[in-house]
Design a protein around this ligand. Sequence first.
Ligand SMILES: Cc1cc2nc3c(=O)[nH]c(=O)nc-3n(C[C@H](O)[C@H](O)[C@H](O)COP(=O)(O)OP(=O)(O)OC[C@H]3O[C@@H](n4cnc5c(N)ncnc54)[C@H](O)[C@@H]3O)c2cc1C
Length: 274
Amino acid sequence: MAEKTEQKAEHPKKITVVGAGVSGCEAAVTAAQKGHKVTVYEKSGKIGGQWLLAAVPPAKQDFTTLVTWLEHRMDQLGVEVKLNTEYTAQMALEEQPDQIVIATGSREKMLPLPGLDGENVFLAQDILSGRKTLTGKNVVVIGGGSVGVETAAHVAQDFKHVSILEVRDGISLDGEYSNNYFLFKILDEFKVDVHTKAYFQKFENGTVTYKYKDKDYEIDDVSDIIVAVGSASNQDLYHELKDTGIETVLTGDAKDVKQGIKNIEESYYLGWSL
Ligand SMILES: Cc1cc2nc3c(=O)[nH]c(=O)nc-3n(C[C@H](O)[C@H](O)[C@H](O)COP(=O)(O)OP(=O)(O)OC[C@H]3O[C@@H](n4cnc5c(N)ncnc54)[C@H](O)[C@@H]3O)c2cc1C
């Protein structure tokens, strides 16, 4: 891939990248390598986005090194990073960049099902980030994709009793083999209950009801629920900007939600194409 980035742009552009997750940072690095003048806007106080949460579950701490590397590369290449700055359509109209890269990530979905509007119902990201704290010791995780299972392992290691409900016939089916190997060992060690083909029905008076093969089952004395049922792309800014005449392109989860590795590859090629 390296030889492609060595071709400098004939006409350097003023490029704005919105969002300093790994997708935005990777696009910024590559575009800057081509000789463009790049500014990254990030509404939170740090770079890394969801990747910082991907580094929280057991055996994944090394993920943070990528964020350190991207920060270092942006610094080396003279990319200006504006933290604590939410980029708006109004700002774009005022500064008129030649190109805007929208890397605004995704929003977690919540299930519109009975009992999931209470105070002890959390999104996986709220727990992994430490923004919110579980209230008790008996936790049900709804969603057994890799995010749900990693969150279950993270919580179980904190000596909570955890049950996972997953509608498919297996858990972490989207997870990588080597990561699943460690995860499943932790689930075994901390006696996490796994229910597959299990359809959450309701949460009422501390009892979770789920359906399995047309019969209802209950889990009692549930203190907390963690919901991990996927995310939807955040394209609000893209839609606000697309008819303004400013060149605007989506990348990463903002384009379509996928694994970070795929997002990085996509953003690399996008940065190179600008
Ligand atoms: C628990 C967990 C585990 C994971 N494990 C893996 C794994 O093992 N392997 C893997 O490949 N992937 C994994 N992923 C997925 C990976 O983390 C994501 O695909 C990736 O981080 C998404 O990056 P992104 O830059 O597209 O979006 P995000 O990381 O969501 O970044 C978007 C950024 O945009 C900012 N933003 C939004 N709107 C604005 C605005 N208007 N102005 C300024 N800033 C704005 C946000 O604050 C955020 O920082 C995991 C995810 C989670 C949650």
